[in-house]
Design a protein around this ligand. Sequence first.
Ligand code: C2E
Ligand code: CA
Ligand code: CA
Ligand code: CA
Length: 275
Amino acid sequence: VKHDTKGGFLHFKEEMDASVKAKRTLEAELRNAQPDEQFELHYQPILAVKSGYLRGFEALMRWNHPRIGRVSPADFIPLAEETGKILELGAWALRAACMEAASWPGDLVVAVNVSAVQFRNGGLEAALTQALSDSNLPPHRLEIEITESILLEQTDATISMLENIRALGIRVALDDFGTGFASMSYLRHFPFSRLKIDRSFIQEIAESQQALAIVRAIINLGNSLGIDTTAEGVETDAQLIALQAEECGELQGYLFSPPVNQAALSQIISTYLQP
Ligand code: C2E
Ligand code: CA
Ligand code: CA
Ligand code: CA
């Protein structure tokens, strides 16, 4: 915290104005940004725990603004959701990810994050169909990652939308699992292909019995329902060893690789692809 002669409210207000102004600027830049010009996807490998083989990649959006530089998804995704820009960006990401994945060998899957806004808007099925037909990617090689916030309203419309997506042959993963609240009942109603165990639990599994117990319970739940589990945010050998002792299916994290740009993919594919 900065200290200067202006104390209290006035200083606070100036900082507020500055941050509101920064947000407005970013918002305007985001509105005008062409996905093809300023955005790219990075890809983070997802590996099978037991064999260490590559299963696929999660596509993660990156914004490189010509003046502002790199803007974090934690900043621009919420803004894109507020302004509706996420509909354009999300459709662009789906198409770009499918085009990229179509060139990968074997049955490698690409996982694409889908915002609750895309989900509610109604254009998602069209965007998915378009991405698959433009890329010729077999539907079972596309997975969308949704968060529990989509499941907040337990409406028939939500379920039928998920069912339509599954009917297209696309996989649906539940992201950040364990941080929401409605998950258990949802698992009864919809066949998710994968639960992604939130990084906050994985971070602590090597030190905390409680975190380990929760991760173990999620893995067991997944196994008894026939749903794969993926641990996200694996950073240390100790975490890997703890996960290997459980029946966790897949993992993702800096221990293996951060998200990388398209140019770096072939190296990862040749290192980790099943021989
Ligand atoms: P997420 O979907 O939970 O993605 C995982 C985040 O964890 C990514 O951050 C990834 O870079 C980071 N990560 C991966 N391994 C590790 C690790 O070992 N340690 C740590 N500390 N972090 C790790 P990123 O790329 O900054 O994305 C943040 C969030 O932004 C994503 O969280 C997702 O909610 C959102 N996002 C990113 N790309 C997209 C997109 O294309 N569409 C939508 N709707 N949301 C996106
Ligand atoms: Ca994700
Ligand atoms: Ca996640
Ligand atoms: Ca997250």
